[in-house]
Design a protein around this ligand. Structure first.
Ligand code: ZN
Length: 111
């Protein structure tokens, strides 16, 4: 007589929700002035600037500050030490891989 493997009962394991609990504190990037500037900038500059410099045509997905802004207080430029966060001249469109590379470089450059 054939023995069919009877499924073992597993104790029900509750899924961990702790991982998703914390929201990122990316405050400035969620503010309406930035979002609307970002949207109009990327509409006008849809291609990745970095890829473009390397003669590649890549669709950009994010708008990057060329000179990093004051993350703690975006609107505090410390008398020009930081760029104003809504300054168009300081923006460039990047694709995801170029952006990842740039952020990695910047975190290396911590003085
Ligand atoms: Zn790129």
């Amino acid at each position: 007589m054939p023995t069919s493997p009877s499924p073992r009962r597993r104790p029900w394991q509750p899924k961990r929700e702790a991982q998703q609990g914390r929201k990122e504190r990316t405050g400035f990037y969620h503010t309406p002035p930035w979002r609307s500037l970002r949207n109009s900038f990327i509409a006008a500059n849809p291609l990745c600037a970095e890829c473009n410099r390397n003669n590649r045509i890549t669709r950009g997905t994010m708008v990057d500050h060329i000179r990093p802004i004051n993350r703690a207080e975006p609107y505090n430029t410390h008398g020009g030490q930081y760029p104003h966060p809504l300054e168009r001249e300081n923006l460039q469109t990047l694709c995801e891989s170029c952006h990842a590379r740039k952020s990695a470089r910047e975190s290396h450059l911590k003085r």
